[in-house]
Design a binder for this molecule. Structure first.
Ligand SMILES: C[S@@+](CC[C@H](N)C(=O)[O-])C[C@H]1O[C@@H](n2cnc3c(N)ncnc32)[C@H](O)[C@@H]1O
Length: 234
């Protein structure tokens, strides 16, 4: 996946392209592309199945989708769940979500994920897909602290975390390295967003008395060469 040109969520406020209203269009809209093309349907299924399996989603489950964007994935997860509430900061993407990815058992709410009152939701299973690159260390810690304060128990699946140790796997050609060292490092242009050390996330979770399981991505996934996932629970 290549999320282009910003680590700031506000960027998304202005970036809802007019895409075709099909799977490819919706994937492109949320930056789920590989080598400039929307990821394949089989890659999309890998992502959906991973969430279902990792969170062991059943028809009894109420889930929260933190950073749901155009609702493409919320809509799939809702087929296996009791109810999904999706939160996103970007109004335009939520309009798309409500128009194309709405079901009776889905609700979309415009909100910064930092402002969610988790006591309002009878949910213990949460997922945050391809969002953590927009968060700073302190923000993620604050979010985890809040969820932990407000929930007796929970499971949070965070996916697609850019792996700082694999930075050069991503910037892997002369042209890409040149872009990394000049545009990103010297000129401070933002690109993918924040890259994370696994150890930092483990340390963060443990400092909050949470259980942290780092999950290497399926080698068949397009993003496994530079991203990882994590399951955080209490
Ligand atoms: C790359 S998209 C991923 C969307 C979707 N989760 C997926 O995996 O297809 C990132 C989304 O996170 C949202 N986002 C980023 N920071 C956010 C925040 N602090 N609160 C709510 N939404 C946020 C953006 O608006 C954008 O829709």
């Amino acid at each position: 996946m290549e999320i282009e040109d910003s680590s700031k969520a506000s960027y998304y406020k202005n970036k809802v392209d007019n895409t075709s209203n099909d799977l490819s269009g919706f994937l492109t809209q949320v930056g789920r592309t590989y080598l400039g093309e929307p990821i394949s349907e089989s890659q999309f299924k890998i992502i959906v199945n991973l969430i279902i399996d990792t969170l062991d989603v059943t028809k009894k489950d109420v889930l929260l989708d933190l950073g749901c964007a155009n609702g493409l994935i919320s809509n799939e997860i809702a087929k296996y769940a009791n109810f999904v509430t999706g939160f996103d900061i970007n109004q335009d993407l939520l309009i798309v979500a409500n128009k194309h990815h709405k079901k009776d058992n889905i609700n979309y709410i415009m909100s910064n994920i930092m402002d969610i009152d988790f006591t309002q939701y009878n949910a213990k299973k949460f997922y945050m897909l391809a969002v953590v690159q927009y968060l700073e260390y302190k923000m993620l810690r604050k979010l985890l602290q809040k969820i932990s304060d407000q929930k007796e128990s929970f499971i949070l699946f965070i996916t697609d975390i850019p792996d700082q140790e694999k930075l050069l796997n991503f910037y892997n050609t002369k042209e890409r390295r040149n872009f990394l060292f000049t545009e990103i490092i010297e000129n401070e242009k933002s690109h993918i967003g924040n890259w994370w050390y696994k150890e930092h996330i483990i340390q963060m979770g443990e400092s909050l008395d949470l259980t942290v399981d780092i999950i290497d991505q399926n080698p068949d996934s397009d993003t496994s060469y530079y991203r990882f996932d994590v399951l955080i629970s209490k």
